[in-house]
Ligand binder design. Structure first.
Ligand SMILES: Nc1ncnc2c1ncn2[C@@H]1O[C@H](COP(=O)(O)OP(=O)(O)OP(=O)(O)O)[C@@H](O)[C@H]1O
Length: 321
């Protein structure tokens, strides 16, 4: 769907993309990175709206440097910022965008009705957009990206400004774009956790560089932290400490309390190395006669991926010297 080769974009004061080479296949792909990582810059280059300084990129086999218009016919784009006209209704706006993409009037009206229904806008679609909530505006932006039945949509921070329920609804909609219509999706976010549930594949960028590109299942398998909480007993007044020592004796990594992870210090955090880690924890807690209050897989945060990669870089430097 998308292929970039040593793609760079330099502004006078900042390098927004730094020799980025990545392949994105069909399905739902998350593009994750902190604010300023280069996500929006990449999307604008992929749409042929902004030239790269160096390197090349193809979208649906079309070169972004020369085939921008053909790419934009086949690709939908949901911009990050509020860009909707306040005085027109969702229906008027989306019909207009469908006509702009070349659909004849009747087809434009039919596709608009279908698409607005798909994103969950019903009676409200005849009211002016200016009176909409943030969630409704995000849905209108999504609808205009889908209305011309593209092969691929690029969604820039579609969950921005939404409350947790709104985020979940938007993520469900994004998943269904692929499952119901077969349209592939590239969706950006600064939250790895939310994309883990929605995407088949995740690409992580930092400072314009590729940090990681993996199937979502690889992410969860290789970066699994378990949180354990146990009861205290008369025999073990500090149950947490007793478990920590027993696990250590069985060779299970217990992360430092100051690991920076939320909850560290109150619960034990350890790296799961597969099924057997669960068995070891169960046996250790049972042998000590403690109660297991909680054993759950921690959702990972983007900062941890950056942290891991920093450690890897340091290790690589250390080994090299
Ligand atoms: N037109 C521009 N002129 C100068 N610098 C720019 C321009 N556009 C982006 N940048 C800079 O390039 C870097 C990457 O910006 P970009 O918007 O691509 O990041 P992002 O990952 O999309 O973050 P955000 O979610 O905050 O938009 C930032 O440091 C930004 O300030």
């Amino acid at each position: 769907m998308i292929a970039t080769e040593s793609l760079s974009k330099r502004f006078p004061r900042v390098t927004a993309l730094d020799r980025l080479s990545v392949d994105v296949g069909p399905g739902v792909t998350g593009l994750v990175g902190a604010n300023g990582a280069g996500k929006s810059t990449l999307i604008k280059i992929l749409l042929g709206l902004s030239p790269a300084t160096e390197g090349r990129a193809e979208v649906l086999g079309l070169d972004v440097a020369t085939k921008g218009a053909a790419i934009r016919e086949r690709v939908g784009y949901m911009p990050e910022h509020d860009c909707l006209p306040p005085d027109v209704s969702a229906t008027e706006f989306v019909v207009h965008m469908a006509r702009m993409s070349g659909l004849p009037p009747t087809a434009a009206r039919e596709r608009t009705a279908d698409t607005l229904r798909h994103v969950g806008l019903y009676e409200e679609r005849y009211r002016p957009i200016g009176g909409y909530s943030t969630g409704m505006k995000q849905r209108v932006k999504l609808a205009q990206a889908l209305v011309h039945d593209p092969q691929l949509v690029l969604l820039d921070e579609p969950t921005n400004g939404l409350d947790p329920v709104g985020r979940d609804e938007m993520l469900g909609l994004i998943r269904r774009i692929h499952t119901d219509f077969g349209i592939s999706v590239l969706v950006t976010s600064h939250l790895l956790g939310e994309l883990e549930r929605t995407c088949d594949h995740v690409v992580v960028v930092d400072g314009g560089k590729l940090l990681r590109s993996s199937a979502t299942t690889d992410f969860t398998q290789t970066t699994t932290t378990l949180a354990i909480e146990v009861t205290d007993t008369d025999e073990h007044p500090d149950g947490t400490r007793a478990v920590r020592e027993a696990l250590h004796a069985r060779g299970v990594d217990v992360l430092d309390a100051d690991s920076g992870l939320p909850g560290a210090g109150h619960v034990l955090l350890l790296t799961a190395r597969g099924e057997e880690t669960y068995d070891v924890v169960r046996d250790v807690v049972a042998d000590l006669g403690l109660g297991l209050v909680r054993m759950e897989q921690r959702r990972h945060h983007i900062s941890e991926v950056f942290h891991d990669s920093d450690e890897q870089r340091k290790e690589a430097v250390g080994h090299g010297s």
